[in-house]
Design a binder for this molecule. Structure first.
Ligand code: TYD
Ligand code: MG
Length: 455
């Protein structure tokens, strides 16, 4: 039989190529292709149809099964993001930039689960056991019954897992794991895939939960991304702005709970502290009413979160004015500026525009459009919006305002935090008992006319 040829795999999209090229045809990434040995050479690569397999047990959709048992850590923010606790026999990937706090979070999680009665094993391929102990001391978790191992050899780890049979295994990080049956360097797609496959199989076979840490590459992808993301049950991203103490744990995929759920933490000298009421925290820096600030009533997952959107508009000395955005999509800003210019006759040409979501939060909801427009107009016209007002609504290219989901939840949260009025799209449907004064606007032109008439 011909020797199975090695293939060339793109590290960014996982596509396989026959020969090496500088640029991946599938995803367009440069310099991401490397040669990798085939997953299994030899008999296994023969056609599967040539030998009979065993019979598969069939069942129906109607069979009644109890929902998977969940272990609760007591870290409410983490439990929420997991969909109500840790599911047995599941694999979770936690991705994030280096230094964002993944190891800290998972050590705290391990300690909490251990104190809740689970047997936990924390395997670090990056730090020595002494370093982890130092961190645990700093986090005041030194007494928690967590077992530690500093190891990268997957075979040894799996052997240990088979004897120890822990309920929860944390692997920090998947990129440092090394399977000796795969001929490529640690961190390569084949290695990451093999390690992930072995650990996920262990989780399913033994009913343990496995949490894998994955580092994110510069362009925001977990190295060997697609390959790992589809193998696990849950993908969480730990994100935050450098220089801000807030960290957000976001569920991107969850087979056992809602995706898009977030947990908010604050990085303190003694580890990550939970933030039970993120809105209050994100708004706490807000001073008196000032031009260029609008409060957006948003929804993150199942939870309403209020954030402050700040804008600064200034005459530009440059031929191409600057557009700087933090925490929002830059393309969205361009669209809103274009709609303001084309539909409302308010030009931003010749002006630098800076836009920022306060507190290091990232907002991706289209419902933020109107709050962005409000902050931009307020900055441009130098007119402060009423300090007790929240804004939400999607702007269409025609300048019309489109209603958004969960209006009642947004209003309720705003009211809870002391806001008494809101601006919302005209066709919004809600019943909040008339506690908030809601101004409904059909389009952006009406909004400009009513709020910035003096300008
Ligand atoms: P770490 O968990 O090592 O990040 P990752 O595993 O994602 O690479 O976090 C490191 C950062 O967190 C480091 O810059 C120091 C900071 N930190 C605190 O501010 N307080 C703490 O109690 C700890 C343990 C870390
Ligand atoms: Mg780490």
């Amino acid at each position: 039989m011909a020797k199975a040829a090695s293939s060339f795999i793109c590290a960014s999209c996982g596509a396989s190529h026959k020969k090496w090229t500088g640029r991946c045809d599938a995803c367009g990434a440069w310099n991401s292709i490397s040669e990798e040995a085939p997953l299994s050479a030899g008999p296994a690569s023969r056609s599967l149809g040539s030998a009979k397999g065993r019979r598969i047990e069939l069942s129906t959709l109607a069979s009644r099964e109890t929902p998977p048992p969940r272990a609760v850590s007591g870290l409410a923010e983490l439990d929420r993001v997991l969909g109500g606790g840790l599911v047995a026999a599941s694999a979770i990937l936690v991705g994030g930039d280096p230094g964002i706090g993944k190891s800290t979070l998972l050590l705290q999680a391990a300690a909490s689960f251990a104190c809740a009665g689970l047997s936990c094993l924390y395997v670090s391929g990056e730090e020595a056991a002494a370093q982890i102990r130092m961190r645990a001391e700093r986090l005041r978790l030194a007494d928690a019954p967590v077992q530690l191992a500093a190891e990268t050899n997957l075979r040894d780890i799996l052997t240990a897992l088979d004897t120890l049979r822990p309920d929860l295994v944390i692997i920090d990080s998947i990129q440092t794991m090394w399977a000796d049956n795969v001929e490529s360097a640690p961190g390569s797609v084949s290695q990451v895939r093999a390690a992930c496959h072995e650990l996920v199989s262990f989780a399913k076979k033994r009913g343990a939960s496995v949490i894998l840490v994955g580092h994110v590459t510069k362009d925001g992808q977990i190295a060997g991304p697609r390959v790992v993301e589809h193998m696990v049950d849950t993908v969480l991203y730990f994100e935050g702005e450098r220089g801000h103490q807030f960290r957000i744990l976001r569920a991107v995929k969850n087979r056992f709970g809602p995706a898009d759920e977030i947990g908010v933490f604050e990085m303190t000298g003694g580890g990550l502290a939970e933030v039970a009421n993120p809105s209050a925290l994100f708004l706490s820096e807000r001073g008196q009413a000032s031009p260029g600030s609008a409060v957006f009533a948003g929804i993150e997952g199942t939870r309403p979160v209020l954030t402050e959107i700040q804008a600064l508009v200034a005459a530009s000395p440059l031929g191409t004015p600057r557009r700087t955005v933090v925490g929002l999509d830059a393309g969205r800003l361009s669209t809103i500026l274009a709609v303001l210019e084309a539909r409302c006759g308010i030009p931003f040409a010749g002006m630098d525009v800076f836009l920022n979501v306060a507190g290091g939060m990232r907002v991706s909801e289209p419902a933020a459009d109107l709050a962005v427009a409000a902050a931009l107009l307020s900055a441009r016209e130098d007119i402060a919006l009423p300090p007790d007002m929240v804004v939400f609504g999607e702007i269409s290219l025609s300048g019309a305002l489109r209603p958004v989901g969960q209006t009642e939840n947004r209003l309720k949260e705003a009211q809870k935090l002391g806001f008494s009025q809101a601006v919302a799209p005209e066709r919004s449907k809600f019943d909040d008992g008339g506690k908030m004064r809601v101004r409904k606007m059909p389009d952006l032109t009406t909004f400009v006319g009513e709020m910035f008439a003096a300008g």
